[in-house]
Structure formats: structure tokens, C-alpha cells
Ligand binder design. Structure first.
Ligand code: NAD
Length: 245
């Protein structure tokens, strides 16, 4: 039986990049992919792609910074499918300003979308995930949630570091309630988030000598989400081509 048969997954930022790849593979392995994003047209296109391949998917509008939208989306999923088994907190934004050039407005926006969204998502989905008896949360952080580096902002580093430790806090809190919570830490992955970046420079900084592909991160997200990882919780799974090795 495919790994995700009868599993319903809510994937934020599923309209492109890593989230899209995660939705496509999850659906190909029998799961229902609910793609939650602010880019409604792109989310609908991913749903069409999944349905054309014989899978089941939905697109829902969700601004991950809105607590009321989170509640409505989770309630809607449970009302339609009866359960929510997997939450992938993947949506995030970055910026490339140095600390001297970062306004408080930019800092707060990056933290809201990239970090506070994880708190809101876990809170909104808490009851539904516990009700399944084997819920799973995967929070997409970054290698920059573990180490410092060039080319990204103080807000992004701070937010991704907080996602890492928030994951561990929730993992311990829910360990006896049947919900596993893990973080995934990508290196430089070739997605739209790198638009405007010097991709050759980033690829050269990777020990493997190339950028990662979104499906290479999706594979690890889905390992963490699946029963293959039934004894894995509070873990930080690094997918970075050796960058922080
Ligand atoms: P991406 O830009 O391709 O995808 C991000 C998605 O998030 C988009 O679909 C976007 O519409 C959505 N999004 C943005 N703001 C939102 C909001 N307020 N509400 C709902 N959705 C919103 O980028 P990606 O590379 O696929 O990034 C996915 C995750 O991986 C992010 O958390 C990112 O920080 C992380 N990450 C990416 C890299 C990389 O090099 N690509 C490296 C480390 C970590």
C-alpha cells in the first residue's frame, strides 16, 4: 500500500518550489494534498497537475500570518475529509539585507511569515493532529536555522533558528499524544525564492558543487511525515549538500 493512503496533508506554500514538490509526491503516494498558499492561481495549477495524474488535491487560500484564516482552513479540511494527519509548515520568505539596512517593518514581516506562522499552524491543527493518533508535523527551517552564513538577512536567520527550537518544544510537549514534530533544514535549493541571487556563487558554496532540487527536500519532508519515521521526533533533518558538514 502506498505510504500516504488515507492520509490528509496540509502543505503551506505548496504553490511552488519545495512545497509544490512535496504535494506532488505525497499525492503520487496516495495522500490527499491540501495546498495552502496566497498564490491562488499557482496553487490551482498544482491541483490540476495532481488530478491529471490521478491524485487527490485541494487548493485553499491561506495567509499563514492570519490566525483566523488558519482556523478556517483547518476546520474546512476536517469538515471535508474527516481528519488532518500531516501538517507541513513550509511557507517562508527571505530578504538579503544586512542588519544595518534592515528596517523593523521588514524584520517583523519575515518573522511573521517564516516563524510566527509555524506557531499559528501548530496551534490551529493541534486538536486535529492529536485526534488521528499518529499525526505528524514537519517544519521547514533552513541550514541557516543551525549556522550563520552569507547572503541572507538577520531576520531570516533569527526566524529559522526559532523554527528549529519551536519544533523541539512542540515535539516534547506532544510526544505522548501521538504527534511527531520534526524540522527539515535545506541548503541552497533551486526554487523561485532564489530569484535575483547569484546561483553560480551559491552552487559553488555547496560541497557537492550544485544547488539542491526541490524534490530532494520533498523526499526528506515526506520521510519525516511518514510512518517510516515513527520513532523520529524533535529531530533536525539536514538536506544541504554538505554545506554545514
Ligand atoms: P518559494 O518561494 O518557491 O515558495 C514559497 C511559497 O510560500 C510560495 O508558494 C509563496 O506563495 C508561499 N508564501 C509566501 N508567503 C506566504 C504567506 N504569507 N502565506 C502563505 N503562503 C505564503 O520558496 P521555497 O524555496 O520553495 O521555500 C520553501 C521553504 O523552504 C521556505 O520556508 C524557505 O525559507 C525554505 N528554504 C528554502 C531554501 C532554498 O534555497 N530554496 C533554503 C532553505 C530553506
Amino acid at each position: 500500500m502506498p505510504r500516504f493512503t488515507d492520509r490528509v496533508a496540509l502543505i503551506t506554500g505548496g504553490a511552488c518550489g519545495i512545497g509544490r514538490s512535496t504535494a506532488l509526491r505525497l499525492a503520487a503516494e496516495g495522500g490527499v494534498a491540501v495546498i495552502a498558499d496566497v498564490q491562488d492561481d499557482k496553487a490551482a495549477a498544482v491541483v490540476a497537475e495532481i488530478e491529471a495524474a490521478g491524485g487527490v488535491a485541494r487548493a485553499v487560500h491561506l495567509d499563514v500570518t492570519s490566525e483566523s484564516e488558519w482556523t478556517a482552513v483547518v476546520d474546512g479540511v476536517v469538515a471535508e475529509f474527516g481528519h488532518l494527519d500531516i501538517l507541513v509548515n513550509n511557507a517562508g520568505i527571505g530578504d538579503i539585507a544586512l542588519i544595518e539596512d534592515t528596517t523593523i517593518e521588514t524584520y517583523n514581516r519575515v518573522v511573521a511569515v517564516t516563524q510566527t506562522s509555524v506557531f499559528l499552524g501548530q496551534k490551529a491543527a493541534s486538536a486535529a493532529l492529536k485526534a488521528t493518533g499518529k499525526g505528524s508535523v514537519v517544519n521547514v527551517s533552513s541550514m541557516y536555522g543551525i549556522v550563520g552564513g552569507f547572503g541572507t538577512s538577520p531576520a531570516y536567520h533569527a526566524a529559522k533558528g526559532a523554527v528549529r527550537t519551536l519544533t523541539k518544544n512542540t515535539a516534547i510537549a506532544w510526544a505522548t499524544e501521538g504527534v511527531r514534530v520534526n524540522s527539515v533544514h535545506p541548503g541552497f535549493i533551486d526554487t523561485p525564492i532564489l530569484t535575483g541571487a547569484d546561483k553560480e556563487q551559491l552552487a559553488a558554496a555547496e560541497p557537492v558543487g550544485r544547488l539542491g532540487r526541490p524534490e530532494e527536500v520533498a523526499a526528506v519532508i515526506l520521510f519525516a511525515a511518514s510512518d517510516d519515521a515513527s520513532f523520529v521526533t524533535g529531530a533536525e533533518l539536514v538536506v544541504d549538500g554538505g554545506y554545514i558538514a
